[in-house]
Design a protein around this ligand. Structure first.
Ligand code: ADP
Ligand code: MG
Ligand code: ZN
Length: 604
């Protein structure tokens, strides 16, 4: 059902499209099949695996983009065992490397790792093998290196040079290859050093692996690694079994926690019997573990993690914490309990997730927004690995944006704010299919029936949404900022100062965010030794608002139709009181005005 797409970067001489790489009559195919079944005990290839193996064994550079858990490792491990020489794998995380080495050793494949924690005598041994001194007796097939080891240790490069000169440098694998690009969501400066490999070792083919990368990132990777003609395999981003939704998050922390518990209990625990018991005994039965469904709640801070976990436990949900502030033992313990299903819901910072996937995660809830669409896609994508229907719920509120913005601003890539704004656009949107926005972000072609009512937007009736031109309100907001230049206003102070009667407070907050995303407003960061304050000022497009043709279109939802959570009842009242004064238009099919921030035209 999944289709391979080969993009234009493929060299003409190597065939015409996918079919070429799907062939099984290359000289190596029978050997590959034999190893696959006999050593790896794998019955058949998954989509893209055969193609990638063929490309890399044919000696071409390749980038493979495939969701986590899709089976990228096999694509280099199989070629490594049937090739002479040593395959070098660059991987950023020791925990991932250890997982891989453990699996390979069980298969009797000689894989080693050279990093800061490798024992001295083993380091010496590995370096001697690279040198060629023990090469005749060595069975080493795969060597894992951390990027730091390569960039900070000149002798490693000399050893690799030796390996190359003696024709034993089989190929270079770069895991998590998006770390090369500073446009990606996880730029690592040490990865930049890999750019010298192609010049230094021109005959060694490169295989880059990643779970997420936009076309812009891929372009960047190709330039940095100097592999302009690499073959690119790219999996579709549409995860059909995931239901995406955005919930309004209360401004009161306690209410948010209540909403979260309600959401988990009502939505994921209907069959467990709690509702029935509640009806008969009028209270939950304490010794009865109500939730069997497994899920993850991602939080922004360690304190949020602790608070959420405590609240869930108070409500008889078997929850556990996972964050970097815990001891290694505590983390291992919770990890094990989770794998054994003794803990059902993990409350975690984003430290939890890499390489520790469980197939039957039924929901991923974001207690706060992610710092980018790429992060969100990857984090929420940990749900439903078993292809069963699963939910990705994001709790969104105004003030969280200003908690994240200073971090985004300080991001070393320089693109932190832009990435955050894409995430905000995703949340402000009330009219376009959620997965359409995600797939547009990843530059994928979108077919309108690809969602199949698997997001909150597609599922509800379009008549509950209106789109409103908020130019008048934007003028008032910008005027207010200009009048209070001296005082400097944070977003919250700004709202206090404003007297806009034509809009519910919630929509006014949303408008301000939209104005920031569309650069009518700009954030102004002030750093002290204690904290970062984020003030608002008119942005580069502020002047344009004076133009009568300027349209600032905001999606407005009839509040009665928002998901019924405690905090929305208040909102419903507000909505009943308010009259929409300026022009409103009913939403029709597709409205190009509201686009992801990545698609807005650059400002002069
Ligand atoms: P990725 O690196 O893409 O996240 P991995 O390479 O770690 O994924 O593979 C995830 C799991 O899938 C591993 O347990 C691996 O053994 C398994 N796997 C890989 N390819 C196949 C296949 N063709 N059939 C069955 N299982 C596979
Ligand atoms: Mg992997
Ligand atoms: Zn949809």
């Amino acid at each position: 059902q999944l289709k391979v797409t080969i993009e234009q970067y493929q060299p003409r001489t190597t065939g015409d499209g996918n079919e070429h790489w799907q062939r099984t009559d290359f000289p190596w195919n029978s050997k590959i099949d034999e190893m696959r079944t006999e050593i790896f005990k794998i019955d058949s290839f998954r989509p893209w695996q055969l193609e990638t193996v063929n490309v890399t064994l044919a000696g071409h550079d390749c980038i493979l983009i495939m969701p986590t858990g899709g089976g990228k490792s096999l694509c280099y491990q199989l070629p490594a065992v049937i090739s002479d020489g040593i395959t070098i794998v660059v991987s950023p995380l020791l925990s991932l490397v250890e997982d891989q080495m453990y699996a390979l050793r069980k298969l009797n494949i000689d894989a080693r790792s050279l990093n800061t924690s490798t024992p001295r005598n083993e380091q010496t041994e590995i370096l001697q093998i690279l040198d060629g001194r023990n090469s005749s007796v060595s069975t080493l097939k795969i060597l894992y290196l951390t990027p730091e080891k390569i960039s900070k240790n000149k002798s490693i490069m000399a050893k690799l040079q030796k390996l190359y000169e003696t024709n034993r440098f089989s190929r270079l694998i770069i895991d998590e290859v998006h770390c090369v690009s500073q446009f990606g969501h996880d730029f690592r400066p040490d990865y930049k050093y890999l750019s010298i490999f192609k010049r230094q070792f021109p005959k060694v083919s490169i295989l880059g692996l990643t779970a997420t990368a936009t076309l812009k990132v891929i372009d960047d990777i190709r330039n940095i690694l100097k592999i302009p003609r690499c073959v690119l395999f790219r999996a579709p981003f549409n995860r059909k079994n995931l239901f995406y939704e955005v919930y309004h998050k209360s401004s009161v922390g306690k209410n948010t926690l209540k909403d979260l518990v309600n959401c988990i209990q009502n939505q994921f625990d209907k069959q467990s019997g709690i509702n029935l018991k509640q009806r008969y005994f009028n209270k939950p039965i304490l010794f009865y573990s109500i939730l069997k469904t497994k899920g993850i709640v991602y939080c922004l801070s360690q304190k949020d993690v602790e608070d959420v976990c405590f609240e869930l436990q108070q409500n008889n949900i078997k929850a556990g914490c996972y964050h970097a502030g815990l001891s290694a033992t505590a983390r291992t313990q919770i990890h094990e309990k989770w794998l054994q299903s003794k803990v059902h819901v993990i409350c975690a910072t984003i430290a939890f997730g890499m390489g520790i996937d469980k197939p039957d995660v039924r929901f991923v809830i974001h207690h706060s927004i992610s710092k980018s669409i790429e992060n969100f896609y990857q984090e929420s994508g940990r749900a439903g690995r078993d292809d069963q229907q699963s939910h990705c719920i994001l709790f969104f509120r105004f003030t969280d944006v200003f908690r994240l913005a200073p971090m985004a601003f300080a991001d070393k890539s320089g693109n932190g704010l832009q990435n955050l704004y894409s995430m905000i656009s995703y949340c402000l949107n009330e009219s376009q299919c959620r997965r359409k926005l995600i797939s547009k972000y990843f530059d994928e072609v979108w077919q309108s029936n690809d969602c199949n009512q698997m997001c909150d937007i597609c599922k509800r009736s379009s008549t509950s949404i209106t789109q409103r031109n908020c130019r008048e309100e934007a003028l008032i907001i910008i005027d207010c900022l200009n009048e209070n230049k001296k005082e400097r206003l944070t977003a919250i102070k700004l709202i206090e100062k404003l007297s806009i009667k034509t809009m519910a407070k919630l929509d006014l907050q949303r408008l301000i965010l939209q104005l920031i995303v569309e650069q009518y407003l700009k954030e102004d960061f002030h750093f002290t030794s204690y904290a970062t304050t984020c003030y608002l000022k008119p942005g580069p497009r502020a002047e344009y608002v004076k133009n009568e043709k300027c349209q600032i279109l905001l999606d407005i939802v009839e509040n009665a139709k928002r998901p019924t959570l405690t905090t929305n009842r208040k909102g419903a009242k507000q909505a009943a009181n308010k009259k929409l004064s300026t022009t409103t238009t009913t939403v029709t099919e597709d409205r190009p005005k509201l686009q992801m921030v990545t698609n807005t035209e650059p400002v002069a």
